[in-house]
Design a binder for this molecule. Structure first.
Ligand code: ADP
Length: 216
């Protein structure tokens, strides 16, 4: 079974994380940020070390361990009951991040919509990222050279992800708007996506209790 997914797409600093966190509060939507997953690793673990090596230069971590980390994280979310693949939709933020990742994930996710948080002037993102560096403890946001490299990586590798999906799935959202209006643009589209046809099983705690009572 493929996981239902919505992709939050855009250059570093476009606001994918901000929107992902808010949207992930809506019942049946689960936010997954690959950057957060990497930052959650112990820096003395093998993959943690690989992450620091690449991220500190503004480069992408190799595809294989990245997809593996994503799959393991999703399995973890399922195991602890935070993601129910039958009823929920994953909000993928930061993954897939190049054409190869999109190809690998093709068999694993069913993409319902892609939000391209575009920014006409990439330089605006540099300012945003520097501001973020002060608020969050992010090595890769602190250095202008690393930021420029990340924007280059985005242009060189990540933009191509959009070509891997049918145009009708892609929704352009102006990321220079205030977060509230970006959110509004996204919600208007999400509200029109048909809900999954879920099985008769309980999807909430209350339903589970009522089913259990009927069973006895
Ligand atoms: P941003 O979108 O602001 O650049 P993220 O938090 O998404 O930042 O990612 C931070 C870093 O983590 C990236 O620069 C890259 O090194 C690594 N990373 C995150 N997601 C991926 C991915 N899907 N593939 C490879 N590397 C990734």
């Amino acid at each position: 079974m493929k996981y239902r997914a919505i992709l939050l797409f855009g250059a570093p600093g476009a606001g994918k994380g901000t929107q992902g966190k808010i949207l992930g509060e809506i019942p049946n939507f689960v936010h997954f940020s690959s950057g957060d997953a990497f930052r959650g690793l112990r820096v003395d673990s093998t993959l943690g070390r690989v992450f620091v090596e690449y991220a500190s230069k503004g480069l992408l971590v190799p595809d294989e361990p990245t997809i593996e980390l994503w799959e393991q994280s999703v399995h973890g979310l399922i195991a602890n009951g935070r993601f129910n693949p039958e009823a929920d939709t994953l909000l993928l933020d930061g993954i897939p991040r190049n054409a190869n990742q999109a190809r690998i994930m093709h068999g694993l996710i069913e993409v319902k919509a892609i939000f391209n948080l575009f920014c006409p002037v990439l330089d605006k993102l540099v300012v945003r990222l520097q501001r973020r560096a002060l608020k969050e403890n992010r090595l890769d946001d602190a250095n202008v050279e690393v930021i420029r490299q990340r924007l280059e990586t985005y242009k060189r590798e990540t933009r191509a992800v959009l070509d891997c999906f049918p145009e009708e799935l892609i929704h352009q959202v102006d990321s220079t708007q205030e977060p509230l209006y970006v959110l509004l643009d996204i919600l208007k589209v999400i509200a029109r996506i048909p809900k999954p046809a879920i099985s008769d099983g309980a999807t909430t705690y209350t339903e589970a209790l009522s089913l259990a009572r009927n069973d006895t």
